[in-house]
Design a binder for this molecule. Structure first.
Ligand code: 3HC
Length: 707
């Protein structure tokens, strides 16, 4: 086996220079996405020098191999010392080139990749290409001239929008904006680039570099920047880099190019040093890492999924059906009653029509998706489905009956999945004669929007079935995370801790709005009680009522939330829940009626309210979650901290700039968390505060959790 050094030696250089006629071709080949690591940077400079020195080359062409143009700087190098040449040095050399340089773009030209293209004299893109500056999503700003050159090409207002959103534009839009000079279809990037070179040479002039152009900047209204700053302060108060992006684009308008570029560098380095950058990059890699399930080889055989059945046409079932229809997979949607089926189909239609009205789908696409969902009342119509997802009422009895029927009806090899959020997947699998083909696919509401999919592996689920579900998650645009069986799996089990502490804190003296303010101050989009209103208070109340009526000894006694539900305050849908809502508004407004209900509840329980500090709320809500997450790791329900991070990022709105629950916990300090958990265990007690052995061990050894 070759040593790493030998392997390095035989690997071809990622950038090669060659000549085709009068055009010097600089070819980048650095799989999988031509990220601009050190080898690519130095290779670009060397190839450029070769091209400039080559008397036979009158124009130079940058083109990339594989599926994409350069997809940006090599993110894996961030946080480490940058070896020269830096990317700004590379683009400065392009800017100074004495021969015209053309970028031929296919796939994605993102971040530093687009910045290289912006420093070329001419850009040509294939019709399918996408171009963007997504640095903001990593807590950064474009740091190789992007904030200075893009406004010079497309104007400051549009550039600001593109850089702040981080979303790419398609080639046709890029052409309309003036970001590219030509779009070609049905050809290779090399051919498109060579044709652009021919046109350029026929013209005989060296086009002005973008840095020297200023016409699109003249007349920029300075109020643009004031307005953007005000908007950001309101909409993204926690984020660091968007505010620096406004500063950098403003510098493009107010300063000469060289000074603007220097200002951009300064701001870029400030973003690079910010903890938000580290958090967002952890979140980027977490999303990709969870796809690689420990112990499940990447080459595990999978089954073809060409047709899917969904059982239950309620809100969840309808949303799940849409996920598959959106990915072009035909769906059979089954409900036991005509009325429920018709209501479910009508809700799906209304959803697609609303999306079409917003311009995110054409009317034709909406119809196509509707046509790929076939409603039925008969299980026989599921016989040829490759996968069936059950999304029926959350009752073991109901689900086991459905699985018995599915086992009798579905073809051999069909995968049977349950969307249960709490029940034992193994007990459901045991209702069938094929437990190896059964697993949980836990979607999050609204299923067609939320990206998380917990893929619950039962004790007997086969590797093939697990690998198929993980692959399918990616195919339908979800972040699939493999988890084991326990009550609430990973996400809801941790959420339960936060919910219980939130309720206890209110009982002791905090108000719901104080708890929510602390949680939104931490960066959650909604506090616990605003989220309860969104989900519907009646849902939890019905479950608790059933348990109480059934005489469940562990059922909690009715509390003030139950009182609200009994009074018909079901949350946002009834314009009153923990908060009240003005007609048509989702803004929660504290309500004296709720404060009175809480007061009554405290009196009934003999509790004298005490002042609760924001710090106590923060600790009790968040540290209880970390302690539970550590127990989940101990039990092997989640394989790695990164799995828990991804679940909370994609299913529960954990602030991505904090990296994820356990990434954040490591930064917060496991010693501090463990000490506080032990203190609450002494003072409050209860199994929830029993410290996790793993947490204590990490705190004692100073190791990050999971390492
Ligand atoms: N650096 C290092 N690795 C990268 C990378 C990058 N810029 N972009 C992608 N990768 C890696 C991924 O981690 C993944 O690795 P793995 O196979 O080991 O898990 C592999 O490439 C394939 O990536 P995806 O699974 O994401 O493949 P997709 O085809 O789904 O998506 C993509 C491709 C659209 C390019 C997507 O990977 C992406 O959005 N990448 C990030 C692009 C980006 O943010 N660029 C800006 C970087 S910051 C910058 O340029 C700073 C500059 O201004 C100075």
């Amino acid at each position: 086996m070759p040593s790493p050094a030998q392997t390095e030696a035989v690997r071809p250089h990622p950038v090669q220079y060659s000549r085709q006629g009068r055009v010097g071709v600089i070819a980048v080949d650095y799989p999988p996405v031509n990220a601009i690591g050190h080898g690519v940077r130095s290779g670009l400079v060397e190839a450029l020098e070769s091209g400039l020195a080559d008397d036979g080359a009158d124009a130079l062409l940058i083109v990339c191999a594989g599926r994409s143009f350069m997809a940006g700087a090599d993110i894996r190098e961030f946080g480490k010392p940058s070896a020269p040449p830096t990317l700004p040095e590379v683009v400065a050399r392009l800017d100074d080139a004495t021969k015209p340089v053309i970028a031929a773009i296919h796939g994605t030209a993102l971040g530093g990749g687009l910045e290289v293209a912006l420093a070329c004299h001419v850009r040509v893109a294939l019709k399918s290409a996408k171009l963007g500056l997504p640095e903001v999503k990593l807590g950064l700003l474009p740091g190789a001239g992007g904030t200075q050159r893009l406004p010079r090409l497309i104007g400051a207002a549009r550039a600001l929008d593109m850089i702040l959103s981080g979303d790419p534009v398609g080639a046709e839009e890029a052409l309309a904006l003036g970001l590219v000079d030509a779009v070609e279809d049905g050809t290779s990037p090399l051919e498109a680039g060579l044709r652009a070179a021919e046109r350029l040479l026929a013209d005989g002039r060296l086009p002005q570099p973008v840095s020297a152009r200023a016409d699109r900047l003249t007349g920029t209204d300075p109020a643009l920047f004031t307005a953007k700053r005000a908007e950001l302060a309101k909409r993204q108060p926690h984020l660091f880099s968007p505010h620096r992006i406004v500063d950098a684009v403003e510098a493009a308008v107010t300063l000469p190019f060289a000074d603007g570029a220097a200002r951009e560098r300064e701001l870029f380095l400030a973003c690079m040093d910010s903890p938000q950058r580290a958090g967002l990059i952890h979140a980027f890699f977490a999303e990709r890492e969870v796809a690689k399930v420990p112990g499940l080889p990447a080459d595990t055989a999978t089954r073809d999924v060409r047709k899917v059945g969904v059982v239950g046409a309620g809100t969840m079932g309808g949303g799940i059906a849409m996920c598959f229809a959106n990915a072009g997979i035909p769906v059979v949607l089954l409900d036991s009653a005509r009325e429920g089926l018709d209501r479910g189909i009508a809700a799906i239609r209304a959803n697609y029509e609303a999306t079409a009205r917003k311009g995110r789908l054409t009317a034709e696409q909406a119809e196509e998706r509707m046509a790929s969902i076939h409603p039925t009342l008969s299980y026989a119509d599921l016989a040829d489905s490759d996968l069936v997802v059950e999304a029926a009422f959350e009752s073991m009895e109901v689900k086991r009956a459905i699985f018995r029927t599915l086992d009798e009806t579905c073809k051999p090899g069909a995968i049977l999945a349950t969307n249960t959020s709490t029940l034992d997947v193994d007990a459901i699998a045991a209702a069938t004669g094929r437990p190896q083909d059964v697993l949980g696919m836990h979607f999050f509401s609204p299923a067609n929007v939320m990206r998380l999919l917990e893929v619950v592996r039962g004790a007997r689920t086969s590797d093939t079935v697990l690998a198929t579900a993980m692959g399918l998650a990616r195919r339908i645009g979800k972040v699939g995370v493999a988890v084991g069986v326990c009550h609430g799996f990973v996400g809801n089990r941790i959420l339960h801790q936060r919910g219980r502490e939130s309720m206890a804190l209110v009982e002791e003296g905090a108000s719901p709005e104080q708890v929510d303010r602390v949680l939104t101050g931490f960066g959650f989009p909604l506090g616990h009680f605003a989220m309860t209103d969104l989900a519907g208070i009646d849902v939890g109340w019905r479950i608790r009522e059933e348990r109480r009526k059934a005489g469940d000894p562990e059922a909690e006694a009715p509390d003030w939330l139950d009182t609200l539900a009994e009074r018909g305050r079901h949350g946002q849908k009834t314009a009153a829940g923990v908060y009240r809502y003005e007609p048509g508004s989702r803004t929660p407004i504290p309500d004296p009626e709720v404060a009175a209900a809480i007061g009554e509840d405290r009196r009934r329980r003999g509790i004298t309210p005490r002042p609760v500090t924001d710090e106590e709320i923060r600790e009790r809500c968040l540290y209880a979650m970390v302690n539970e997450a550590a127990k989940i790791l101990e039990e092997g329900i989640a394989a790695r901290p990164v799995d828990i991070d991804a679940i909370w990022l994609h299913g529960y709105g954990f602030p991505s700039w904090r990296g994820g629950l356990l990434f954040w916990a490591n930064r917060e300090g496991l010693g501090r968390i463990a000490e506080t958990v032990q203190r609450y265990h002494r003072d409050i007690g209860g199994p929830q505060w029993r410290p996790s052995a793993l947490l204590l061990q990490c705190a004692a050894t100073g190791r990050p959790i999971g390492c």
